[in-house]
Design a protein around this ligand. Structure first.
Ligand code: 4NP
Length: 159
């Protein structure tokens, strides 16, 4: 799964981190990565505020480096989870006509269970540490829903 936001230094690195945390805890074998629709921060480490919030959650995201979404991502990933409606539009526009990759809002993992109305993970870049904390709380809810669904479907297929 690939997580995509605008800059690839705030939301999608946190998404990669928190989904990896839940995947590890549940023993889910999955390949995770993240990218940005823009090239603004290519090569940079995650924003220090994201690094700090991640650390509070027991995650080390400092090895991640920002990169831009590339055409081969539409071959290499079954699912691209984006953070907001603007990302959704940008990513869908870049998908090659033959792409089989599913492009979805990450918070749709919760709305499928009828829990949520606003499906955007707000951009925290111009916000404070508090906005970053809210981003992780939202992404953790999505990751828990994803892990639960994965575990249930795995149990069903192995029965
Ligand atoms: P992200 O946040 O998309 O969650 O990584 C942003 C990072 C940088 C900018 C905007 C949003 N920027 O305009 O540089």
């Amino acid at each position: 799964m690939l997580f995509v936001c605008l800059g690839n230094i705030c939301r999608s690195p946190l998404a990669q981190g928190v989904f990896q945390l839940r995947a590890d805890a549940c023993g889910i074998p999955v390949m995770l990565d993240s990218a940005g629709t823009s090239a603004y921060h290519v090569g940079q480490s995650p924003d220090p505020r994201a690094v700090a919030v991640a650390r509070d959650w027991g995650m080390d995201i400092t090895a991640q480096r920002a990169r831009q979404l590339k055409p081969s991502d539409f071959l290499g990933f079954d699912t691209i989870y984006v953070m907001d409606g603007s990302n959704l539009e940008d990513v869908r526009q870049r998908a090659p006509a033959c792409s089989m990759t599913d492009v979805k809002l990450v918070m749709s993992l919760l709305s499928e269970q009828g829990h949520l109305r606003d499906l955007n993970v707000p951009d925290p870049y111009y916000g404070s540490q508090r906005e970053f904390q809210e981003v992780v709380v939202m992404l953790n809810q999505a990751a828990l829903a994803w892990a639960q669904r994965w575990t249930e479907s795995d149990r069903l297929t192995s029965d």
